[in-house]
Design a protein around this ligand. Structure first.
Ligand SMILES: Cc1cc2nc3c(=O)[nH]c(=O)nc-3n(C[C@H](O)[C@H](O)[C@H](O)COP(=O)(O)OP(=O)(O)OC[C@H]3O[C@@H](n4cnc5c(N)ncnc54)[C@H](O)[C@@H]3O)c2cc1C
Length: 318
């Protein structure tokens, strides 16, 4: 079993319009009698879709989650997640967004339920705009619809936003939000309907392995699932503890540790109006040059800075 780097995994997913043919996990895959068994740990956005695609690629797949898809402790939990294509010069994310949008829309039709709300995403720019400028050709290349608005036009269209310092804006027409936890639950339902297996149990460290190769995962009820390959799409502490056992043939979901000293006071932000009549959502989106980090932990304190920025932009409802 090979260990697959996060970037290679993402790139293979992005490239795989033939969905699975290109996945390194499925090279040489032989379905039916020699069907390989994959365990996916974590039923969040990454794990759920990975499990579904592996299943469709011919694998037998067991998906495991300690607390359920889109649970309150998970990154994929909560009500909404924005889908936007503006990622500066990082085209891989813009293309993944375009592909994700296509998949969500296809599956809304397939599952007869509304998960994605294409209400647009407004990206406000004030200071240095290299990030946004770099994104424009990539948005076009990925086929994502957007408009460039001048500061004056933004202020005219959105009188509820303080646009005093807004130089220009990107309005992503294809952008919008997913109903996050519901969407994860829908993916699990789809996975089960297509023959996937699901266990709502925690996978525990100390999995059986021989000569450094992972053979199985032990679950919190004391049972062990032996499989041919494993995908760890779980939260960072859990993932770290699995990886400390040095399993091979695994791939993990991407997550970064807190980056010390990288919050900027020059704020770009995105936002969208009411979701189901329940207020608005706005968030700062940029990390910029260093400011003063917190001495003890090395982590900046982003919240007060974000909140001040949001209040001055959107008023006290932010
Ligand atoms: C507040 C917030 C806002 C965000 N906003 C956006 C946004 O607007 N747009 C956007 O694109 N991204 C956004 N993100 C990022 C995005 O939500 C995450 O990148 C994504 O949800 C990560 O999904 P995941 O499947 O990797 O992780 P998770 O959703 O955390 O899934 C991991 C799963 O693993 C399970 N698990 C953990 N340990 C174990 C174990 N030992 N055994 C079994 N199961 C286990 C957990 O229960 C969980 O369900 C946001 C993140 C946060 C936190």
């Amino acid at each position: 079993m090979r260990r697959i780097a996060r970037r290679a995994f993402l790139e293979s997913c992005a490239a795989a319009s033939t969905a699975l043919g290109g996945s390194p996990l499925l090279k040489g895959w032989v379905p039916m009698s020699k069907q390989r068994h994959v365990v996916v740990v974590g039923a969040g956005a990454f794990g759920g879709w990975t499990a579904l695609h592996l299943l469709r690629g011919g694998a037998r797949v067991t998906l495991v989650d300690a607390w359920g898809p889109g649970n309150s402790r998970a990154s994929s939990g909560g009500e909404t997640r924005v889908i936007r294509g503006t990622y500066g010069s990082r085209g891989i994310y813009t293309h993944l967004t375009a592909r994700a949008l296509q998949l969500w829309k296809e599956h809304e039709r397939r599952w007869h339920r509304k998960l994605y709300h294409a209400i647009g995403v407004l990206w406000l720019v004030e200071g240095d705009d290299a990030y946004e400028k770099a994104a424009l050709p990539l948005l076009k290349e990925a086929g994502l619809a957007f408009e460039e608005l001048s500061g004056a036009e933004t202020a005219r269209r959105y009188p509820q936003i303080n646009c005093e310092r807004v130089r220009w804006a990107i309005f992503e027409k294809d952008g919008g939000y997913l109903t996050a936890r519901r969407a994860c639950a829908a993916v699990l339902e789809g996975f089960l309907a297509e023959g996937g297996e699901y266990r709502q149990l925690a996978a525990e460290p100390g999995a059986p392995h021989t000569t450094g190769e992972l053979r199985g995962v032990t679950l919190s009820d004391g049972t062990t699932i032996v499989a041919d390959a494993f995908v760890f799409a779980c939260a960072p502490p859990a993932r770290r503890s699995f990886f400390s056992a040095r399993p091979r043939g695994t791939s993990g979901s991407p997550r970064r540790p807190c980056q010390s000293g990288r919050i900027t006071a020059r704020i770009s932000c995105t936002g969208f109006p009411a979701t189901s009549g329940a207020g608005s959502r706005s968030r700062t989106t940029r990390v910029g040059p260093p400011s003063t980090p917190r001495a003890a932990s090395g982590c900046p304190r982003p919240r007060p800075c974000r909140r001040r920025g949001n209040i001055s932009r959107f008023g006290s409802r932010a």
